[in-house]
Design a protein around this ligand. Structure first.
Ligand code: HEC
Ligand code: HEC
Length: 391
């Protein structure tokens, strides 16, 4: 599919992947050993015509870089042990059923492009994120290796079922955690259009059947019939129609001379809650009054490209703070925000306070709260991309 720059990804995939036929040539002794060390089931599956395509093994160096990238970019929400639920109900990144069914695309696309409207941003440079295409692939494979899962064959065929019955069952069995409209409450937003664009029907059905081990998501094959699970899957899919993946045209990031807004204005007189939080109403008022401040968008840089509060610049939670503070005056009020609604912003403010920044605050409602209250944001220059059309 063109929306994921499929060509680029495909080329990259086959380039680095081990071709099993070559590997099994005795002359290739080292790789031969690697394959022997892999579980027999994986080999059996990969040699089957219909089975998943062979997976590449990371070199020691690639593994090291991927582990460092995980540490830098993902631990904040998904946790040091990939256990999930450290912030924002970020799901587990070690449950076997996810990696059995989701490698490569369900994992790769989510981490590359993010899920719009959730705290999961896109990390690929193409959408304004910090990782190269190779790094996103390596991180995907690294997560897979860490999980210890063995891939199962997942078809891309549609799952057909009784949608009306599926809807009734969905509301009974699933909505408590996933939300009446699939918007996510304590569990992922499975009705989210960008999630549905990346996740195949079979991937969804596999999750419903097998659950996600080690989390609250139970294996529903123990509770519901196969036909009912098909119906629920078909119901979830029926909500995905009509989504066009917007492609962001990258804007230039603000330069340090643009960091302070309303340079000649007075300082804001915020009354902070818990010595930390400023409300959206107070921030909006201060902006209207042209008060002098710096607005930090602390999310992964790609989401600043999609929408941000006017005048803000990106200072993501994974910044090198010692280097960046050189450009940040200490006497100007700093307000940090994220979509988490607060995890990344709190992290950044904590780092700034350690470095003696006294006038710092976190936007309490986060940017989604800000938007929901009707306050304005700048949208990226977005090109709508029609399914199947190529840019
Ligand atoms: C600011 C918090 C945050 C950060 C940082 C973050 N994520 Fe996420 N991630 C989430 C949330 C929240 C979701 C679930 C979104 C939803 O669907 O509701 C998610 C979902 C995912 C999923 C989908 C999992 C599934 O079960 O389908 C993957 C894969 C993922 N993240 C990988 C990553 C990787 C890799 C990184 C680091 C490069 C990362 N995330 C950084 C919050 C975060
Ligand atoms: C008790 C709460 C709860 C209930 C009830 C529940 N789920 Fe889940 N579900 C979760 C959680 C939590 C996750 C994420 C687990 C993880 O990987 O960390 C999840 C994950 C999923 C996923 C995978 C999403 C992804 O992006 O990888 C699907 C699909 C799903 N659930 C569908 C359903 C359906 C359909 C039902 C009803 C038949 C249901 N769930 C009922 C909590 C629940």
């Amino acid at each position: 599919m063109t929306i994921f720059c499929g060509e680029k990804i495909k080329r990259n995939y086959s380039k680095g992947d081990i071709n099993l036929a070559n590997v099994l040539r005795p002359s290739n002794a080292l790789l031969y050993l690697l394959v022997l060390a892999a579980p027999m089931a994986a080999i059996a599956e990969e040699t089957e015509e219909e089975g998943p395509s062979p997976i590449r093994t990371l070199t020691a160096e690639q593994s090291e870089v991927a582990a460092a990238n995980y540490e830098k970019y993902c631990v904040l929400c998904h946790g040091a042990e990939r256990q999930g639920y450290v912030n924002d109900h970020a799901p587990s990144l070690r449950s076997k059923s996810l990696f059995e069914s989701g490698i490569p695309h369900a994992v790769l696309r989510t981490l590359s492009y993010g899920r719009q409207g959730t705290a999961m941003g896109g990390y690929l440079d193409e959408v304004g994120g910090p990782l190269t295409l190779d790094e996103t692939w390596d991180l995907t494979y690294w997560l897979f290796e860490q999980s210890g899962a063995v891939r199962v064959a997942i078809s891309t065929e549609a799952v057909l079922g009784d949608i009306e019955r599926g809807e009734i069952l969905y509301q009974q069995e699933c909505s408590l955690c996933h939300g009446e409209n699939g918007e996510g409450v304590t569990a992922p937003a499975i009705g989210n259009p960008s999630a549905l664009a990346y996740n195949s029907d079979e991937f969804l059905r596999y999750a419903i059947q097998h659950g996600r081990d080690g989390t609250e998501m139970i294996a529903f094959s123990e509770k519901l019939s196969a036909a009912d699970i098909d119906g629920i899957t078909a119901f979830i899919r029926s909500r995905a129609s009509g989504w066009n993946a917007p492609q962001t045209v990258l804007r230039e990031l603000p330069t340090p001379d643009q960091y302070v807004i309303n340079k000649d204005g007075e300082d804001p007189d915020f009354e902070l809650t818990d010595d930390l939080y400023v409300s959206a109403a107070d921030l909006y008022k201060a902006l209207q009054e042209k008060r002098k401040m710096m607005l930090l968008d602390t999310r992964v840089t790609s989401v600043w490209q999609t929408a941000h509060i006017e005048g803000s610049f990106t200072l993501p939670y994974y910044s090198d703070f010692d280097a960046i503070v050189v450009d940040l005056p200490k006497d100007v009020m700093v307000v940090a925000y994220c979509s988490c609604p607060r995890a990344a912003a709190e992290w950044v403010v904590q780092e700034l306070r350690k470095r003696d920044y006294k006038k710092t605050a976190v936007l309490y409602e986060g940017i989604y709260g800000w938007i929901n209250l009707g306050y304005p944001v700048m949208h990226g220059d977005i090109r709508e991309q029609i399914d199947g059309a190529s840019l």
